[in-house]
Design a protein around this ligand. Structure first.
Ligand code: ARG
Length: 471
C-alpha cells in the first residue's frame, strides 16, 4: 500500500497504531451519525483550503484541479443521496477525505496538507451556523409580521378590539389587542437583533490554525477566509480551534427566544380555554383527544411552552461541557453539535407552527371587549380623575378602593356608586362608557389608540432595520 493511500477500512490516522480501532471505540466516539449534515459546509471549506494551497504553491494547479473536481463529485453524491459511508468513517470530515482520495487517487492524499480536523470542524460548524442562524432569524421575522397583520386587523375593527390587560393574571386595565400583540413583537425583534449580533461575531474563519499552532507551510488563512465569505480570520490559532463561544451564544439566543415563544404559548393555552374564551384555533392547528370526543387542544402552544426547557438544557449542557476544558482542542468539543442542531431544529419548527396557529386563529372579540369593559378596570381612571382635580393620589386610591369594596359588598354597580358619590360629581360616570378607559391611555407607548399609531411606526421601522441587518 502506498503511503498516500488510505488503507481499506482503516481510520485516517492509523499510521502509528498496531491494532485497528475497537468497535466499541468507534461506536462511542463517532460523530458521523449527527455531523452528516455538515457535508456541504465541509466541502465548501475543503475547496477553499485546496484553492489556497494552490495559490501559495504548495499544491500544483493540476493536483488542485483533480482534488477540486473530486470534491464536486462528492458533493454531487451527497446531493443525490448516493454517497456511501464506510464503517471506518468516524465523522463527515473523514468520510469526505476518504471518498475524495478514492476518486482522486494520489492527489487526494494532499487535501489535508496544513489542515487538522480541529480547524476543519470549527470552520464547517461556523459556516453551518452562518446559514442556519439567518434562517431562524427570518422565521422570527415572519412571526412578527403575522402578529403585526393581526394587530392591524384588530385596530381596523369597529370598535378597535380591546381586551383586559393583566397583572398577576388578574384584570388590571383595558388595552388594545394590537398593543398586546405588539408587546410580543418587540421581544421577538430583540431576538432577531441578538441573532444578528451573534452572526457578526461568529463571522471569523478558523481555517489555517491547524491542530493548534498554525503551520510550518506558507499557508494564507486570509485567502481561504475570503473565498468562504468570512469577514475576517483568526488572530490566535489556539483560540481558533477551541472557541465555541459562538455556539454558546446561539444556544442562549435560542433559549431566550424559546422563553418568549413559551410565554406566547402559555397565553394561547389560556386564551383558548373555556374560562377565557378569547380565541378559537383553526381546526388545522388544533388537536383532539383520543378519549374525549369534545376536546380541541392547543398542542402547538403547549409544546412551544414545553420545549423551552429543552432549549435551556441545551445551553446549560454546552456551558458545562466547556467550563473545564484546557486549551486547545479536546474531544469533548464534539459534544457541541447535537445541542446546536437540536436547538436550531426545534425552534425553527416552533416558529413555523406558532406562526400558522396565530395567523389562522379567530379572536373572540366579543368576549375580549366584555372583559375589557368590566367596571373594576376603570378604578385607576377614577383615581386619576380625582388627581386631576387636586386630590393626592394616595387619598384618591383610598376613595376608589372604598367604592370597589362597597360595590362588592352590596352588589351595586360601581358606576351607580360613583354617580352618587360627593367626591366625583356627575361627569365621572362617563369614564365607564364603552372604550373610554382604553382611549384615555394616550401617553407614549401606552395601550390606547392614539399611542398605537406612533408605536406602529416605530415597529415598522424596527422590522425594516432587522431585515436590513439580516440581508
Ligand atoms: N468529529 C470530531 C469533532 O466533531 C472531529 C475532531 C476530531 N479531532 C481530533 N483531533 N480527534 O470534534
Amino acid at each position: 500500500m502506498s503511503k498516500n493511500e488510505v488503507s481499506e477500512g482503516a481510520a485516517l490516522w492509523h499510521g502509528r497504531f498496531d491494532a485497528a480501532p475497537a468497535d466499541e471505540l468507534m461506536a462511542y466516539t463517532e460523530s458521523l451519525s449527527f455531523d452528516k449534515r455538515l457535508w456541504a459546509d465541509d466541502i465548501l471549506g475543503s475547496k477553499a483550503h485546496v484553492s489556497m494551497l494552490v495559490s501559495v504553491g504548495i499544491l500544483t494547479e493540476a493536483d488542485g484541479a483533480v482534488i477540486l473536481s473530486a470534491l464536486d463529485a462528492v458533493a454531487q453524491e451527497f446531493a443525490s443521496g448516493k454517497f456511501v459511508y464506510e464503517p471506518s468513517d468516524e465523522d463527515i470530515h473523514t468520510a469526505i477525505e476518504r471518498r475524495v482520495t478514492q476518486i482522486a487517487g494520489e492527489p487526494g492524499g494532499r487535501i489535508h496538507t496544513g489542515r487538522s480536523r480541529n480547524d476543519q470542524v470549527a470552520t464547517a460548524v461556523r459556516l453551518w451556523c452562518k446559514r442556519e442562524v439567518a434562517v431562524v432569524a427570518s422565521h422570527v421575522l415572519a412571526l412578527v409580521n403575522t402578529l403585526e397583520e393581526r394587530a392591524l386587523e384588530a385596530d381596523a375593527a369597529t370598535p378597535p378590539t380591546r381586551l383586559p390587560g393583566y397583572t398577576h393574571v388578574q384584570h388590571a386595565q383595558p388595552v388594545l389587542l394590537s398593543h398586546h400583540l405588539r408587546a410580543h413583537s418587540w421581544a421577538l425583534l430583540r431576538d432577531v437583533d441578538r441573532f444578528a449580533d451573534t452572526l457578526q461575531r461568529l463571522d471569523v474563519s478558523p481555517l489555517g490554525a491547524g491542530a493548534l499552532a498554525g503551520s510550518s507551510l506558507p499557508l494564507n488563512p486570509q485567502t481561504s477566509a475570503t473565498s468562504m465569505g468570512f469577514a475576517s480570520t483568526f488572530a490566535n490559532s489556539l483560540d481558533a480551534v477551541s472557541d465555541r463561544d459562538f455556539i454558546a451564544e446561539i444556544l442562549f439566543d435560542i433559549a431566550l427566544l424559546g422563553v418568549h415563544l413559551s410565554r406566547i404559548g402559555e397565553e394561547w393555552v389560556l386564551w383558548t380555554s373555556a374560562e377565557f374564551g378569547f380565541a378559537v384555533l383553526d381546526d388545522a392547528y388544533a388537536t383532539g383527544s383520543s378519549m374525549l370526543p369534545q376536546k380541541k387542544n392547543a398542542d402547538i402552544a403547549e409544546l412551544a411552552r414545553g420545549k423551552a426547557g429543552r432549549l435551556i438544557g441545551n445551553l446549560t449542557g454546552l456551558l458545562v461541557m466547556l467550563k473545564g476544558l484546557p486549551l486547545a482542542y479536546n474531544r469533548d468539543l464534539q459534544e457541541d453539535k447535537e445541542p446546536l442542531f437540536d436547538s436550531v431544529d426545534q425552534v425553527r419548527r416552533a416558529l413555523i407552527a406558532l406562526n400558522g396557529m396565530i395567523a389562522t386563529a379567530t379572536f373572540n372579540t366579543k368576549n375580549m371587549i366584555a372583559g375589557a369593559d368590566a367596571q373594576a378596570l376603570v378604578a385607576t381612571d377614577l383615581a386619576e380623575w380625582l388627581v386631576q382635580r387636586g386630590t393626592p393620589f394616595r387619598d384618591a386610591h383610598a376613595v376608589v378602593g372604598k367604592v370597589v369594596r362597597d360595590s362588592i359588598a352590596t352588589g351595586t354597580p360601581m358606576v351607580t356608586l360613583v354617580e352618587a358619590h360627593p367626591a366625583f360629581g356627575p361627569d365621572a360616570a362617563s369614564l365607564f362608557d364603552a372604550g373610554v378607559a382604553v382611549d384615555r391611555r394616550q401617553t407614549p407607548g401606552a395601550a390606547g389608540p392614539l399611542a398605537a399609531a406612533e408605536q406602529r411606526a416605530r415597529l415598522v421601522e424596527a422590522i425594516r432595520s432587522a431585515e436590513a441587518r439580516l440581508a
